[in-house]
Design a protein around this ligand. Structure first.
Ligand code: DX5
Ligand code: ZN
Length: 219
């Protein structure tokens, strides 16, 4: 699965930019509050507007200080997957329950330096695991290959039946890095600058998907 990140899209032409990635499995929406991360982006009103112009399921990545209050509102609005950061959550189990009760998938994100092992029990309550492969906050950063150890560990837990999460990776994914991530066991690849920096974003989505499938031995 490929999830283009609209962080790298032209915000003045968002509906057109969403249409430009037709064929993508999910559309990744980076919500930043200038507190959890230094950057400030978009919030609930823009997510609601996007829901009105696309059928692509929205994958909302909340890089915010107070997911305990805000996450469920994205689920109620109609987001398909709502991902919160474990580093910001006070009560991650309650958040997961609320997201699922509102009809969304519950996603848990971990920053590059956050260990996976400490959160295995929490992840039993979640549907998706987002492994950050850059420090959250900005698009266009370099991929941090060391996080692939966490991807491999998560893949083993899923394949052995101990966990049931979709493994997602976010940050620095492009034609050069996607194969190693696919080999490590990623299911869903977020890509911002690689997709929206391409001459034809929809073609780049297909190129990335083919590279990942071939590397994972699923082509
Ligand atoms: C970074 C965001 C990413 C970002 C990825 O904090 O979470 O989703 O858009 O952008 P690229 O693919 O350019 O690294
Ligand atoms: Zn993101």
């Amino acid at each position: 699965m490929i999830a283009p990140s609209i962080l790298s899209a032209d915000f003045a032409r968002l509906a057109d930019e969403v249409a430009a990635v037709r064929g993508a499995e999910w559309l990744h929406v980076d919500v930043m509050d200038a507190h959890f991360v230094p950057n400030l982006t978009i919030g609930l009103p823009v997510v609601e507007a996007l829901l009105g112009v696309t059928d692509i399921p929205l994958d909302c990545h909340l890089m915010i200080d107070d997911p305990d209050t805000w996450a469920v509102r994205y689920a109620k609005a109609g987001a398909h997957n709502v991902t919160i950061h474990i580093e910001a959550a006070d009560d991650p189990l309650r958040i997961a329950d609320e997201l699922r009760a509102a009809g969304a998938l519950a996603g848990l994100a971990i920053k590059p330096k956050t260990p996976l092992e400490a959160y295995i029990e929490v992840l039993r309550h979640y549907d998706t695991l987002l492994v950050m492969s850059v420090e959250p906050g900005f698009g266009g950063q370099r991929f941090i290959p060391e996080v692939l150890d966490k991807v491999r560990a998560a893949r083993r837990l899923v394949d052995s039946g101990e966990l049931s999460v979709l493994v997602e990776i976010d940050g620095g994914i492009n034609e050069e890095t996607i194969e190693q991530a696919a080999e490590a066991g990623v299911d869903c690849f977020v890509a911002g600058s690689a997709v929206y920096g391409a001459d034809d974003p929809a073609t780049m989505v297909a190129v990335l998907r083919d590279l990942a499938a071939a590397a994972a031995g699923r082509d």
